[in-house]
Design a protein around this ligand. Structure first.
Ligand code: PEP
Length: 248
């Protein structure tokens, strides 16, 4: 089975609404590729103008965060139905910055994944180890534990439609990329673990991205690996380089 490649930009807390539209226009011709899912995950305030700006293009819209309730007294939060109504398809869940800076744990992350599916959003679930855990040689256990908790209670059908981003924390925004072999090793480990938890067909279907300082120079090698089905890209998603990654 061949999995469709997915290249997603995580804009993080960058770009005002007018800058966001400018970036979409800059990238417009560079990201054309009908064989790849191209996604812009943008700050909440940019969702509406970016939805308008990508109309008629191959780009799909993603968000960076949401809360698990549909509506109510949750000051400052945004709900899945709000995102859906604005044209959002993908939602990043469990990014290490949400885990580390905003204290999101695997219980909440699991609820978010379930809520996203229930609301018709496609989760991009992030996992990854710190430098300490890698150096201590316990990263495999750590990743398995994250996957086990974050997927708890999901059906095989849901997992088949999931995107998982393996993002070693030591490689995010540091300019230090995992080697293609290191990234492949963990992406394969995730796929094998899903085969254990579910079955071979589910493991074959789930799309697994690598994320962590992916750029125009290293994308082709990372994406040539058999278990790497795409990338989640931070810094380079804000530059014309993103087009080179999409077409790597
Ligand atoms: C990210 O934060 O998802 C990421 C991969 O960032 P960067 O590409 O800047 O390392």
């Amino acid at each position: 089975m061949s999995r469709r490649r997915i290249i997603a930009g995580n804009w993080k807390m960058n770009k005002t609404p007018s800058e966001a539209v400018e970036l979409v226009n800059t990238l417009k011709d560079l990201v054309k590729n009908d064989d790849v899912d191209v996604v812009y995950c943008v700050p909440a305030i940019d969702i509406v103008p970016v939805a308008e700006a990508i109309k008629g293009s191959n780009v799909q819209l993603g968000a960076e965060n949401f809360y698990i309730e549909d509506k109510g007294a949750f000051t400052g939060e945004i709900s899945a139905p709000m995102l859906k109504d604005a044209g959002v398809k993908y939602i990043i869940i469990g990014h290490s910055e949400r885990r580390d800076i905003f204290g999101e744990n695997d219980i909440l992350i699991n609820k978010k994944v379930k809520k996203a599916f229930a609301s018709g959003l496609s989760p991009i679930l992030c996992c990854g180890e710190s430098l300490e855990l890698r150096e201590a040689g316990v990263y495999e256990e750590w990743i398995r534990r994250q996957i086990k908790w974050d997927l708890d209670g999901l059906t095989a059908d849901q997992v088949s439609n999931l995107v998982i981003a393996y993002e070693p924390i030591w490689a995010i925004g540091t300019g230090k990329t995992a080697t293609a072999d290191q990234a492949q090793e963990v992406c394969k480990l995730i796929r094998d673990y899903i085969a254990e938890l579910y079955d071979a067909a589910t493991a074959e279907a789930v799309r697994i991205q690598y994320g962590g300082s992916m750029n125009a120079a290293n994308a082709a090698e990372l994406l040539s690996k058999p278990d790497i089905d795409g990338g989640l890209i931070g810094g380079a998603s804000l530059k014309p380089d993103f087009g080179q990654i999409v077409n790597a």
